[in-house]
Design a protein around this ligand. Structure first.
Ligand code: PHE
Ligand code: FE
Length: 286
């Protein structure tokens, strides 16, 4: 449970937003941001995309302490029309999608404690802002996220939520991308994690498979540990193009196949970049 008096003291608006009350963050909380920022931005060089690092710079998220939305939002809005709104905790699906569809990214207010730098049960402001917001400065990714929000509202109508959530997981949260300099990550769950930012690229354990929309929408995921499979896109353009089509017939088709693939599965039809040893997850379950 998150114990944050500023959150507890507010009644959220109808769209679940609250005020950040930046002045109320303690020195210790700002210190946690600074520690995480320094450690992570160093680690990301050569591991994440230049688009992400460029966004980080443009937003000056390094200026010391937890970002103040009053400073961050004008910069982000000028670049792509996106802004960050504060929410108390995870919000209902329709509310979340509606924010994205209108270029508002919902971020949690609280920050992890100094003794939990590596392990988090719920996304905090470091994951939400450091992880997600830099790529929202890039027009193509900004467009993808808005389209995803609109797609989410449609998925609720067409009973496709589970399929669409897997797409979010394997792209927005845990996506890898090919670049001229080699494999990089762009997913916020990886980019904001000290351990997974290394594991996802360097460990022999996970599978790395070329992105395929229908394949991804049928693949289960683990929410409490490093992934056993990553899907790799060629470019943000490829991802955007692949998701431009109407998903209603896809959901219909998917509703006829009952079982989802486990993350450990490799299919004959997969274009496999690297078959993982799965040693990491097997050592855990042993
Ligand atoms: N094109 C999808 C639909 O028709 C919406 C979507 C866009 C989904 C981008 C995911 C990402 O529902
Ligand atoms: Fe996230």
């Amino acid at each position: 449970m998150i114990d944050d008096p500023i959150i507890a003291s507010q009644t959220p608006a109808e769209d679940f937003t609250i005020r950040q009350v930046w002045d109320a963050y303690t020195e210790e909380e700002h210190g946690v941001w600074d520690t995480l920022y320094e450690r992570q931005s160093e680690l990301l060089k050569g591991r994440t995309t230049h688009e992400f690092l460029d966004g980080l710079k443009k937003l000056s998220l390094s200026e010391g302490g937890i970002p103040n939305l009053d400073d961050l939002n004008p910069k982000l809005e000028a670049l792509t029309g996106w802004k960050v709104v504060m929410v108390p905790h995870l919000v209902p699906d329709d509310v979340f999608f509606d924010h994205l569809a209108n270029r508002r990214f919902p971020a949690g207010r609280f920050i992890r404690k100094a003794d939990q730098l590596d392990y988090l049960q719920e996304p905090d402001i470091f994951h939400d802002i450091f992880g997600h917001v830099p790529l929202l400065t890039q027009p193509i990714f900004a467009d993808y996220m808005e389209a995803y929000g609109k797609g989410g509202l449609r998925a609720l109508e067409y009973n496709g939520l589970k399929n669409l959530a897997r797409l979010y997981w394997y792209t927005v949260e845990f996506g890898l991308i090919k670049t001229p300099e080699g494999l990089r990550h762009y997913g916020a769950g990886i980019v904001s994690s000290f351990g997974e930012a290394q594991y996802s690229l360097e460990s022999p354990s996970p599978h790395r498979i070329d992105f395929d929309l229908m394949r991804v929408m049928q693949t289960d995921y683990k929410i409490d540990d490093y992934q056993d499979v990553y899907f790799v896109i060629d470019s943000f353009e490829q991802l955007f193009e692949a998701t431009q089509q109407d998903f209603a017939p896809l959901y219909d088709q998917l509703s006829k196949v009952s079982e989802a693939y486990t993350p450990q599965t490799i299919l004959k039809t997969d274009s496999v970049l690297q078959k993982g040893t799965l040693e990491y997850s097997q050592s855990k379950s042993a």
